[in-house]
Each structure stands twice: as C-alpha cells, then as structure tokens.
Design a protein around this ligand. Structure first.
Ligand SMILES: C[S@@+](CC[C@H](N)C(=O)[O-])C[C@H]1O[C@@H](n2cnc3c(N)ncnc32)[C@H](O)[C@@H]1O
Length: 360
C-alpha cells in the first residue's frame, strides 16, 4: 500500500481529463504494463477517445475521487527543487524542442530513446547549479539527446560575452549524422562544442582521454552498456579525485534484478554512488521503465583506476552485446545453439550444398 500514490495518481489524472497511455506512463513513472493493469481495473468506466486517449465516464468521476482520496493526494505533491530554475529557462525548453525535432531520427540499433526537451534543460540546469562550469570541460559520452547543446546554450544565455562563455563541451559518438548535426548547429550559433567520432567499444579518442572535469552519459541500459560507457567516462576524466561520472539509468520496478546487475556492473568499475537522484530524466519512449531514469553521480575510487590502468588485451572482435534493443541486443546474444540443433543443421548443409538453413 505504501506504493499506492502512483496508481492513485493515474486514476486522479483520468478524473481530470482524457490522457494518452504515454502521458500516464510519463507522469506516473510506472512501467507501461503496470499502467495497463490499472486501466484494466477501471473496466467499463473507461473508454477510448480521440487521439488514442483514455476517457473516464463522467458519471464515475466522483466515485473514483472518493475511492482514491483525491483531495489528500493532490494536496501533497512533492516539490521539485529544480522547478523554479528550469521555469526561468522556458525559452531554452522551446529551443530544445525545435532542435530535438530537427535532429537525426532515433536509431533503434544504437538504443536511442530521446529524452524530453524539459529533461535536457533540466540536466543543463542541474549541472550548472551543482558544479562550477565556468572553466570546466564536460565530456558527453554519446549524446543523441543533445544535452551538450543545452549546456552550451544555457551558458551562452548566462554570459553573452563569447570570451566568457562557460564550459568547453566535447561529444563522442558513433552516429556520424548526429555529430554532423551537433557540429552544424553549434557553428551556426557560435557555440563552443567539439564533436568526435568514436566507437566506444574500442576506446576513447586519445585527444579526449584524461581531459574532462565531468563526464555525462545516458548509456545503453544493459550491464555491459552501462559499464562500458561509465568506464569510458572515467577514462575521460582529468582529475582522478575530483572528476565525476554522471550516469542516467533506469530499470523497471517489475525487474529489480536487472537494476541490481547494472548497479553491480558500475560498482565493479570501482565507482561509488555519491548520489542517486530518482526519476531525474523523462523520455519520449522507454515505457517499460516508466519513461524515467535516475541520475547516478559516480565518484571513481582507486579501484576504478586499477581496473582502467590494466594493460589492454590484444584487440579481438568488438564487443557487440552492449545494446538493449535491435539485432545486436545483449539478450539476443546469450544463448548458444544446442548441440543436436547444430548437428542437424550441419547434416542438412552437408547434403544440400549451396543451400542455407534457418534455425528457430
Ligand atoms: C543509449 S543511447 C542514449 C540514449 C539517449 N536517451 C538517446 O536517445 O540518445 C547511447 C548514445 O551513445 C551513442 N552510441 C551508441 N553506441 C555507441 C558506440 N558503440 N560508440 C559510441 N557511441 C555510441 C548513441 O548514438 C547515443 O548517442
């Protein structure tokens, strides 16, 4: 019952106006399946309206409000400590909306799930109010969300003098269209942003290693992906004691084991969680994890450097199984074919030269 506030919030929202499933997931932070189960409980009192919305039967509104103690729920909304500062930057949220809409489309095979414009500004506001960014170097380890642009635009708005424009920001990413877009946008607005191509599975560009004060990453949400991107972030840090790796990561409360595996992978990198800010990031998608992720503020320890300073083994094939979705997803790589299946397929191929065989 202590977790009833979010389900009550879903019913409360429906008593106020029609809502889409996406909006209900985003606002509640509950996994899509949990939201669907709650909607299922409303039975005939719920119908579908225009634009894929769910509409509560008007005659049932009072009954549901009594049932969920609507007044108590709405009287006790938690305050967001960043709300006032973000409110001052509503123009930047609009700009980020436009930039996200004109950026290269998300690519499933790279686990792109765009953060909302409000979230990207939230990251920039949080970074600039928690750290002294004036002379800092921020490394974005992957940046399809355009967090780098939000950071430099926020800094430019604070100080129009080009000589005192706040942080130097570098993006490393494998997506060349994205890098081209970031570069073009930054140039057209006279912003300081360096974009570098890298396949992080092979390493960081040497120009970036050991150069940053902070590294931010929203990595593929697998233990392998989070661990790899966080390690690359740590490798990018200049100051081994004062540098921080900031990681966006969320898991479904329905699958806590996955969250445990990812957190363990971060701990195995010798990173200690200085803070975990719950539900910091919101996404247009990622509904399985409630369209939310937490902000992990990770401090490297001596174990991190011991791990990263180990000699690199001779280069083998690229580790592909870092992604949560797409052809190269970590889960799709895990099960080797059973021996009898391999034997049957091999036997078929032996008697049918030039033919292929599908298994499964
Ligand atoms: C999981 S996505 C980030 C999720 C984020 N919400 C978004 O949609 O961009 C990871 C980021 O790293 C980049 N990326 C993915 N695989 C990479 C790789 N092997 N090397 C470098 N960057 C990679 C992606 O292009 C993306 O910017």
């Amino acid at each position: 019952r202590v977790h009833a506030r979010a389900p009550r919030g879903i019913v409360a929202a429906l008593t106020e106006r029609p809502r889409t499933l996406r909006a209900l997931v985003q606002d509640s932070g509950l996994p899509r399946r949990s939201v669907e189960e709650i909607l299922g409980c409303l039975g005939d009192d719920l119908r579908t309206g225009s634009g894929g919305t769910f509409v509560l039967r008007p005659g049932a509104v009072d009954r549901y409000r009594t049932m969920i103690d609507y007044g108590e729920l709405r009287a006790g909304t938690a305050l967001d400590p960043l709300a006032a500062e973000i409110g001052r930057h509503s123009a930047l949220v609009t700009t980020m909306h436009e930039l996200i809409a004109s950026a290269p489309r998300p690519r499933t095979e790279l686990d792109h799930v765009p953060a909302t414009a409000a979230t990207v500004v939230r990251r920039a506001v949080w970074l600039s109010t928690h750290y002294d960014l004036r002379e800092a170097h921020l490394l974005c380890v992957g940046d399809h969300d355009l967090t780098s642009l939000a950071v430099v635009l926020l800094a430019a708005a604070a100080s129009p003098d080009p000589a005192r424009r706040g942080p130097a920001v570098t993006v490393v990413d494998i997506d060349e269209d994205l890098l081209e877009f970031l570069d073009r946008t930054a140039r057209s607005r006279d912003l300081r942003l360096r974009c570098l191509y890298a396949d992080l599975r092979f390493g960081l560009p040497p120009a970036v290693a050991g150069s940053a004060d902070l590294a931010f990453t929203d990595p593929p949400y697998t233990p392998q992906g989070v661990s790899l991107f966080a390690a690359r972030g740590a490798q990018g840090l200049a100051d081994r004691e004062r540098g921080r790796v900031l990681v966006a990561y969320g898991f479904s409360e329905r699958v806590p084991t996955l969250g445990w595996k990812v957190q363990r992978a971060l701990l195995d990198q010798g990173l200690v969680f200085e803070a975990i800010w719950p539900a910091f990031h919101t996404y247009a998608g990622a509904e399985a994890v409630g369209a939310r992720a937490d902000m992990y503020v990770c401090q490297p320890t001596s174990a991190t450097w011991k791990h990263l300073d180990r000699p690199v083994p001779a280069r083998g094939p690229a580790p592909t199984a870092i992604y949560a979705r797409g052809r190269q997803a970590a889960e799709s790589q895990s099960a080797p074919l059973a021996g009898p299946i391999v034997a049957a397929a091999t036997g078929f191929l032996a008697i049918s030269p030039g033919r292929g065989v599908f298994v499964g």
